[in-house]
Design a protein around this ligand. Structure first.
Ligand code: KIV
Ligand code: NA
Length: 273
């Protein structure tokens, strides 16, 4: 059997071939992601992508556990990383440990991700020392949208030194990897070069040890949301729209179902041998 990827394997790949990560929120998506990716992120972006929430602030532990279990069932090779939702870890290292342990125990994911740099370092160290591998997430941290005032690039001009300090604090605290979101590309390169742990970028340019995207974005499942940093590898939303329109037209015209989709009233007679 394939040995599943674990956090030390990810850490050891610093500076090597870029690592590949996508979000997954369900078993079928996890099955599609698993053969091609090193990591599957059960991102709290699921609040917006799947549940129609206005931000990730409303995502709960229960939502993360339900989707985490679904994703872990669909993985045999790629490592699951599960996001700690807003409000589940910021209060104290103890609160963070209690909820991280619950996420790991109830989903089977071998690692968690949390947002925050230097101010979360004590928590990252507390978790890591107690058997919880932590991926840190700095730069744009969407759970702080209400204090940041939007989803802007983080780390330009005067902010660059703070983002670098956050990265170093997460490394020193024992994070096995770090997500850089919407960080300018030059700064990304400097951080990647300065750290001994892998950087995973989203909207952070090419100079990372790996890349992550929200799968629904790169598959084009949305029609309205098109951030600059997302490359659309497919237009599944357009395909789905066309398929649904065809189905609706065929039902209204009584063209579907055809006889081939229906069940006969009489069983076919078996040929005699
Ligand atoms: O929730 C998420 O999908 C994420 C990625 C964008 C890194 O945190
Ligand atoms: Na997230």
């Amino acid at each position: 059997p394939v040995r599943p990827v674990l956090p030390p394997d990810i850490k050891a790949r610093k500076g090597g071939q870029p690592m590949v990560m996508l979000t997954a929120y369900t078993t079928p998506m996890a099955r599609l992601v698993d053969p091609h990716c090193d990591m599957a992120l059960v991102g709290d972006s699921l609040g917006m992508v799947l549940h129609g929430l206005p931000s990730t602030v409303g995502v709960t532990m229960e939502m993360m556990i339900l989707h985490g279990r679904s994703v872990v069932r669909g993985l045999s090779k790629a490592m699951a990383v599960i996001d700690m939702p807003f409000g589940s870890y910021e209060e104290s290292p103890q609160q963070a440990f209690r909820n991280a342990a619950r996420l790991m125990a109830e989903t089977g994911a071998p690692s968690v991700k949390l947002e925050g740099g230097a101010h979360m370092a004590e928590t990252i160290a507390f978790l890591t020392a107690r058997g919880v591998p932590v991926m840190a997430h700095i730069g744009l941290t969407p759970q702080s949208v209400n204090t940041l005032g939007g989803y802007k690039v983080v780390g330009r001009d005067d902010e660059a030194a703070k983002v670098m300090a956050d990265a170093k604090a997460c490394e020193a605290a024992g994070a096995f990897a770090i997500v850089l979101e919407k960080v300018p590309q030059g700064l990304t390169g400097q951080i990647t070069a300065a750290l001994s742990i892998p950087t995973i970028g989203i909207g952070a340019g090419a100079d990372c040890d790996g890349q992550v995207l929200v799968i629904d974005d790169m598959l084009g499942l949305f029609t309205d949301f098109r951030p600059k940093f997302v490359k659309r590898y497919a237009e599944l939303g357009k395909l789905a729209d066309a398929a649904i329109a065809t189905y609706a037209g065929e039902v209204r015209a009584r063209a579907f179902p055809g006889p081939e989709h229906a069940f006969a009233d009489v069983l076919p007679v078996k040929a005699k041998s």
